[in-house]
Design a protein around this ligand. Sequence first.
Ligand code: GLU
Length: 441
Amino acid sequence: MTVTTRFAPSPTGKLHVGNIRTALHNWMWAKKQGGRFLLRIDDTDEARSEERFVESIRADLGWLGMSPDGEQRQSGHFDRYERVFEQLRSAGRIYPCYETPQELDLKRKVLLGRGLPPIYDRAALKLSEADRRKLASDGKRPHWRFRLDHDTPIEWSDRIRGDQHFDPALLSDPVIRREDESWLYLLPSVIDDIDMGVTDVVRGEDHVSNTAVQIQMFEALDAAPPAFAHEALLTGVEGKLSKRLGSLGAEHFREEGIEPQALIALLARIGTSDPVEPVADPAPLIERFDFAHFGRAPARFDEEELRMLNAKIVHLLDFDRVAARLPDGMTAEAWDAVRPNLMRVEDADIWWRVIEGPVDTGHDPADRDFLAQAAELAANIDWSGDPWHTLTGALKQTTGRKGRALFLPLRKVLTGHDHGPDMAALLPLIGRERTIARLQP
Ligand code: GLU
């Protein structure tokens, strides 16, 4: 059976870093197994789903290089849900309930007050046909629950959490459909997972109790449940589930100059026993990906760590991978000269402007003679080899300067900055003419 995973976002907002991580793990697992990674748009909530979010989800996956092998939309499956609903209803696995939210809340409070778990009491199952007719004629519309089978224990071996056991009698029969006939997420997701041939579900551990009831839904539909992996959630540096994380999406990272490869390298490894490593290619990450390496403690997402990792990844990117984003005319040599110094690809602009000029050649008057000598030497040295070492070597001899006093005034007048890429790499790019002109007092 082809391993098939799915990423199933609801298009009610943009993806945030937590969603991206879930998508990534589904994608990596499918790639590792030579399987398929599907996108499923969970848009049963028609009021809250928006097309612009569907588009941004697709665009974000594209930017991350995780384009799905297929896409489905739940809003296209309503007929199918209806048929399954009727099937389960005839089989007595779905039943109508008429309690109001206030009544349910009261029931819960009473149970909790007695120190009992707040499990739905199935009062609606005791209604007679006549009771239901009466409620309907009073204009009451039901919501619908899935009847759990209390005699079949719920068990699965979670790829991350290990063996899981739930006593169905300790769970409430889940509501699967509202009064207005709209669907809650639980049943449509199971129907689609069956129809899409999903073999592996990777999602956050906030879904563990959903999985418990969904396993019985798979069984009620005579389908083998997929394998499940529930990962610990993401937290911010402060160790809490932060609001900020929920607002950090691909757009933010792009604006910050974060490469998709950096985000992938970080999200692939945090929360696992594998070290975070700067790799610009997902292949080695996929190769090593293993649910057995996932810990149970929350994964800590640190934006500063991401920035540092990003810099290391930028240093690894070949010219061809960034050329389209570099300023017009910037050459591979120039990229190679400046990249070891960059935090972000976009900062290559700064150094290309330094190479091309003009630069602010303001200098300390005390360096006037020194720079004049440098200009003269620059006009006479051999530029074909390593002009920076030739020039500074000669200047050291003639002026007696060394270290900072030798290098810094040159760097400043030649680049307009007091730090930056290796001058030996930069000087041949600045070239003889511009060097002489910049050195001239
Ligand atoms: N639409 C659901 C969510 O975003 C999908 C959960 C799942 O992966 O089954 O929470």
